[in-house]
Structure formats: C-alpha cells, structure tokens
Design a protein around this ligand. Structure first.
Ligand code: SAM
Length: 208
C-alpha cells in the first residue's frame, strides 16, 4: 500500500480499471508531447501508469520503462497489454513510490500524468521524484487545474470526496502547479496548457 494512500483509494482505482484501459481522445497529443523530451537511451518511471497505455507507447522510444500504480488490477492489465503488443522493455508493479527497491538517481525521466491532483501530500511525492531522478533528469507532469474554472463538478467532487465515494481531489491553478514543481528543486523547462476537458490541464516539463 502506498505511503500516503488508503485501501479505499486502491479499491476505487481497481473498480475503474476497465474505463482506464481505454485510450483517451488526448492520447496521441500527450504521447507526442512526452516523446519530445525523451532519448532512446532513457530509463523512465511512469508513476500512476494505470493500464500502461501511455507507458507502452513511450517504451517504444526509450531503453526501459517501469510503470507503478496503486491498483493491482491496473498493473495486471498493463502487463497484459505489454505482452499482447510484444513490448519487452516495459515492466509494471503495484509498488509504493517510497519503497526502498526504487533506487535514488536511477531514472532519466519520471512521468506523473493525470495523477498529481489525487495525491494527499504532493510535495512528498515530487521530492521523491527529484531523489529518484539522475542529475539533469526530467520530470514530466500533466495535471488538471480545477481552481481556474467554475463548473458544477467543483461542488459535487468535494462532496463525493468527503463521503469517500471518490478519492479527494486537490484544486490547483497554473501558478500553484509551477510552485510545487520549482519549490522541490526543479527548473521548469516548458509549460503548456491543454484543453482536453472542461478544466484546463497543464503539461510541465522540469529538470533536476
Ligand atoms: C486518472 S488515472 C491516470 C492514468 C494514466 N497516467 C493516464 O494518464 O492515462 C490516475 C492513476 O493514478 C493511480 N494512482 C492514484 N494514486 C496513486 C498513488 N498514491 N500511487 C500510485 N498510483 C496512484 C491510479 O490508480 C490511476 O491508475
């Protein structure tokens, strides 16, 4: 079980495993944008990899990809998808980011796509990403900025989070996303607004 997460969250993501095993409309654009920061010798970690749909595509352009996720069902689906696609350089684990088997300064790139707003103590995680990256390594995130728009879901989501129906979601704006990245030691290289959903999302690439 991940350090800052609960069994309830794991059950929630296990239940969503079918839905998360389908490529989003934004898939190609997201993969192309990530690929623009990768090199063929890179060893990468995809944190919150779900069914490995993005990871498997990224693995085609790098040396090695590890994917970790809180949901054992999604990890199982990710391994199955990699096998079916004949991808041999991607491996998936249901592993806590703070597990000692993950070694400091071992990755060239760490990705956290559509997951940071679900983390209780995002600073702890971003600091850990920093530690796990090699010097000069790249941290890539894509995070929804729910603080920037008002929609009905801004009322229903906290309510559903409070009664435990969905994991609590954290509301960020662009500046806060930049701040949690740079205050943990990263130098921001690129920031781009994506508009795939009713709330803006920010793609951030930052260097250790
Ligand atoms: C919205 S999905 C995004 C999946 C994938 N990155 C993508 O963009 O398609 C969020 C994923 O993060 C995982 N997750 C949430 N909290 C996590 C944690 N504390 N540790 C590891 N994975 C987590 C969930 O199980 C889920 O697969």
């Amino acid at each position: 079980m991940a350090k800052n997460s609960s069994m309830r969250e794991q059950i929630f993501w296990d239940r969503l495993s079918g839905k998360l095993n389908t490529k989003r409309e934004s898939h190609e654009i997201t993969v192309n944008k990530i690929n623009s920061f990768l090199n063929k010798d890179d060893e990468i970690l995809d944190f919150g990899c779900a069914a490995g749909l993005i990871t498997n595509d990224i693995a085609k352009n790098v040396k090695w990809a590890d994917g970790i996720d809180i949901s054992p069902k999604l990890v199982e689906a990710a391994n199955k998808n990699a096998n079916e696609e004949g991808i041999e350089n991607a491996t998936y684990f249901s592993l806590d980011l703070f597990n000692e088997n993950l070694k400091k300064e071992s990755y060239n790139v760490i990705m956290a796509i559509n997951v940071i707003h679900f983390l209780k103590n995002s600073d702890d995680y971003i600091q850990r990403f920093y530690d796990l990256l090699k010097p000069g390594g790249i941290f890539i995130s894509l995070t929804v900025a729910m603080k920037e728009e008002f929609h009905f879901t801004r009322i229903s989501i906290p309510f559903l989070g409070a009664i435990g129906v969905i994991p609590k979601m954290h509301y960020y704006n662009k500046n806060q996303l930049k701040e949690i990245t740079s205050s943990n030691g990263f130098k921001i290289l690129d920031i781009e607004e994506f508009n795939f959903t009713k709330y803006p999302q920010y793609f951030i690439a930052a260097q250790k």
